[in-house]
Design a protein around this ligand. Structure first.
Ligand code: S3P
Length: 170
């Protein structure tokens, strides 16, 4: 089994991914960390030194490698589903779950996060909400192709597991 957690920055993919993997006895992989290890550079450095396009190519390569691993929960980077045919690759090779969280909550979480995210660096709360709103207009076209979605940020792990077990066709 292979589960891909997708969604905007700050939607809780890694937090949920770790819990799910632990519960199901599966391996957890954070796609950004995987890319950093493979390239011996942090994501911010990849963006700064090689640019976003190069990062997206590396992200695509990482996805193809990860799509061959078994019994794994993968927290994808927020932009990963929105480039190339990545979303189709994920839908074909595993179960995709979209963490669909409101821009207001995302902005609050991102402002309190210690992770350096090049795309939103230095933005105020208002700027951030507007930026998230705008990018979700484009990104939702990809995110909404997921097999399942979670819209309540307080959904209990047991309910998520029930949802995943209900549809075993992926
Ligand atoms: C990005 C999200 C980040 C990381 C990069 C770009 C995006 O991952 O891949 O900074 O385009 O949304 P997280 O969603 O884990 O923060």
């Amino acid at each position: 089994m292979r589960i891909y957690l997708i969604g905007y920055m700050g939607s809780g993919k890694s937090t949920l991914g770790k819990m799910l993997a632990k519960y199901a006895g599966m391996q957890f992989i954070d796609m950004d960390h995987y890319i950093e290890k493979r390239n011996c550079k942090t994501v911010p450095r990849l963006f700064a030194e090689e640019g976003e396009e190069a990062f997206r190519n590396k992200e695509r390569k990482a996805l193809h490698e990860l799509s061959e691993m078994n019994d794994v929960v993968i927290a994808t980077g927020g932009g990963a589903p929105c480039f190339f045919d990545n979303m189709d690759v994920m839908n074909r090779t595993g179960k995709t779950v979209y963490l669909n969280i409101s821009p207001k909550i995302l902005a609050e979480r991102l402002l309190n996060s210690k992770t350096d995210r090049p795309l939103i660096r230095g933005k105020t709360e208002e700027e951030l909400i507007q930026f998230i709103d705008e990018s979700l207009k484009n990104r939702n076209a990809f995110y909404l192709k997921a097999h399942d979605q979670i819209t309540d940020p307080d959904t209990a792990l047991e309910d998520i597991i029930t949802m995943l077990n209900q549809d075993t066709s992926h």
